[in-house]
Ligand binder design. Structure first.
Ligand SMILES: NC(=O)c1ccc[n+]([C@@H]2O[C@H](COP(=O)([O-])OP(=O)(O)OC[C@H]3O[C@@H](n4cnc5c(N)ncnc54)[C@H](OP(=O)(O)O)[C@@H]3O)[C@@H](O)[C@H]2O)c1
Length: 358
């Protein structure tokens, strides 16, 4: 059955793959775009990813504006959406609190209220840190009483991007519960490329990791042998998102999109380095020391990373029971992660040859 959907963040990495999957399945999609003049470029990108470009339509808007800046005609156009997929977010290290909050928290609340007002299911993308209860506790969030959180202190501890994603999550759940509206949340691990083409965009954390190896800037393994950076392929992620979005049993539920077979960070870096035939780092650098080094002026810029990025490297393991149920209901299977990483690394290297790293 073909339905209409409204998608924010459709021009982003996950968004492009989501549009490809939705339109390939016959759905019509309205995309919130800050620059509708980019629609033809987006359609072409989605066509290359296997989607059907003629099913993609744009509405002009911005998370930073009141009611997303939608005009009355566009508001009417998206009113029939069965599902509102909220992916848009400002992702950058060092985001100031006000800016992060305006886009990632207030923007998310506006999208959620729009979904509730037209009785669309909201499918929101969170992040796997929200499923790491020990981490939440350690940064001052009691996940059972999030309203007691001192948010400015959390922004101080983990930076604007992560803090705003965490704050948005709890704010949207509270708001949707108050309105008795449906909400489903999918939490991706760090996303790597497509399992067949390796397609990934510049600026993604995995792209930056691969660039670090190619340019020889990543010379030590952050953390200990117990540390890992949980990954998920973008094709598995969007398949899980679509399954969850249309499943009545997933109303007001959350699922993790994470490949438990992700090796530890050392294994991950060794595998990528082997594919690219570059030197793999062999020695570990404790996270505390690395965090301290990255605070030295110029070091983070030189290494192309930030102390904020280190929070995503951890030792925690996750409860995958909800995802396993979804996987068996929809016969979802993670693609082979080693092959996916090889394809992703080759894709990034090809892209670097076209526009070399600075
Ligand atoms: N990638 C990961 O590893 C990862 C892991 C966990 C969770 N997530 C979450 O997944 C979601 C999508 O991530 P992604 O990696 O696909 O992001 P991305 O490639 O950085 O794309 C971000 C998207 O958000 C849009 N956007 C940014 N600011 C906006 C604004 N003010 N108004 C309207 N749209 C705006 C961008 O539109 P423009 O084209 O106009 O810039 C773009 O479409 C995010 O919520 C992110 O937090 C990602």
């Amino acid at each position: 059955m073909s339905v209409e959907c409204f998608v924010t963040g459709g021009s982003g990495f996950i968004g492009q793959h989501l549009l490809a999957r939705l339109t390939f399945s016959g759905h019509k999609v309205w995309v919130l775009m800050r620059h509708v003049s980019n629609l033809e470029t987006l359609r072409e990108q989605v066509r290359q990813l296997g989607g059907e470009p003629s099913r993609i339509h744009a509405v002009q808007g911005d998370l930073n504006q009141q009611e997303l800046g939608l005009n009355a005609a566009d508001r009417q156009r998206i009113a029939a959406a069965s599902v509102v997929f909220h992916l848009a977010a400002q992702f950058a290290w060092g985001l100031p609190l006000d800016q992060a909050r305006a886009v990632n928290v207030d923007g998310a609340l506006t999208v959620a209220r729009l979904a509730a007002s037209q009785r669309s299911r909201l499918l929101m993308v969170g992040g796997y840190m929200l499923q790491n209860i020990a981490h939440l506790n350690s940064i001052g969030i009691d996940h059972q009483r999030p309203e007691t959180t001192d948010w400015p202190a959390v922004y101080q501890r983990v930076g604007g991007y992560e803090a705003s994603k965490l704050e948005a999550h709890f704010a949207v759940i509270r708001d949707m519960q108050a309105q008795q509206a449906d909400c489903t949340i999918v939490h991706p691990a760090t996303v790597c490329g497509h399992s067949e083409s390796g397609h990934i965009l510049a600026g993604q954390p995995v792209t930056e990791l691969i660039r670090g190896l190619v340019t020889g800037k990543l010379t030590a393994i952050p953390g200990s042998p117990r540390h890992w950076l949980p990954l998920v392929s973008v094709d598995y992620l969007v398949a899980l998102m679509v399954a969850a979005a249309f499943d009545p049993a997933m109303a007001n539920q959350q699922a993790l999109a994470l490949d438990e077979r992700t090796p530890n960070l050392q294994g991950l870096l060794t595998h990528i380095a082997g594919t690219l035939q570059v030197q793999a780092p062999r020695h570990h650098l404790p996270l505390g020391l690395l965090r301290w080094l990255l605070k030295i002026p110029g070091v983070a810029t030189h290494l192309g990373t930030s102390p904020e990025s280190l929070n995503f490297i951890q030792t925690a393991r996750f409860d995958m029971s909800q995802s396993r149920e979804l996987e068996s209901r929809y016969q979802l299977k993670h693609p082979d992660l080693e092959i996916t990483l090889e394809k992703t690394a080759q894709f990034v290297r090809r892209a670097l040859m076209v526009s070399p790293a600075p």
